[in-house]
Structures are given as structure tokens and as C-alpha cells.
Ligand binder design. Sequence first.
Ligand code: NAG
Length: 184
Amino acid sequence: MSSPNSWYETLTSTPALVAGAIGVSIAAIFAVGGTNRTAGQVKEQVKEVAHTLATAEDSKGKTAQVAASVMSAPSTELAPPKDDPITPSQLSQFDGSDPSKPIYVAIKGRVFDVTAKPEMYGKGRGYNIFAGKDASKGLGMSSLDIKDAVPDYSSLNETQMHTLNQWESFFEKRYNVIGKVTSE
Ligand SMILES: *[C@@H]1O[C@H](CO)[C@@H](O)[C@H](O)[C@H]1NC(C)=O
């Protein structure tokens, strides 16, 4: 560990502290444990340890979540965004129907490369309706209806705009922008 204040050390040392705490409470039970304990007392202590373990598991889980979000937040693996023009008909070639081609999803005119997630956007998959096109309106409406899978999102209300913006920022953090949708 280079810096004692690094977030990495803080995160990685927390599970160790948690594990230490479990060790202490188990050791405590064995320390006070004699042959004169009643079954009821033993049961209570077992419950207590179970609770400690559950709590520890929970905080470990949270630690892992924090670590995951810290590590994925400023994704350094993303390439600089490109703004190569892509027409809607070109875009439609990348709808996941040909497994040898990339899969693209456009949001507000920006084209994202989601090839890494065929289980989401590939042919026959849950979000395939958004592949090979700009379906900003459908994303904002959380709609899988083909008639909503269109680029014009001007009819969205405030709640739906918020949903669309969440999709946009989710995509910005995870997928490379490989171009901009232009007219034919
Ligand atoms: C926006 O429209 C949706 C769907 O009709 C509705 O559930 C939501 O309450 C609306 N939000 C606002 C702020 O009008």
C-alpha cells in the first residue's frame, strides 16, 4: 500500500475489520463457554453470532458495492467519443441480427457501441428493440412497443425525460460513442 489514505486501502481493509469482529465474537463465546451454560443461553449466543455474521455479510456487501461503483465510475477503458456521421439506414445494419457485426444503440442522436452486451441487445433479447436505431422516445417511456421506438422524444413529460437522461448517463459511463446519427 503506497498511500495510507487511498480509497483502495480503506475499502480493502474494511472486510478485514469485519472478519476481525466476527473472530472476536466467536472467540468471546468460547471464552465464556463452560459446561454450566443452559441450552437457552447457548441458543441466544448462537443467534447473536448469526446476527453478527449477517450484519458483517451486509456491510461486506455494501463495501463491495462501493468498491464496484468507485472502480467503474470514471471508466478509463472508454475511448474518446467519436462523431462520425451515421445515417439511420447504416445504423439499422447494427441491430444484432448479424452476430458478426457490432450492435449499436443511439440515444438523442449519439450512437453507442453495446456489442459487449448481446444478452441485452442481441437478436431476440429484451432490449433488442432499441438496437440498430435511435429509440430515445421508447427508452424515456420504458416502452418496448415498436411504435415508441423512434428518435423524436419531444412528447416526453418530465418523468419520462428523467428516465431518458438516466439511460443516457448509464450509457455514457459504459459504452463507447462511435458516431452521431445524421439524416440520410
Ligand atoms: C408522465 O407520463 C407518465 C405516463 O403517462 C405518467 O405515469 C407520469 O406520471 C407523467 N409524469 C408527469 C410529471 O406528468
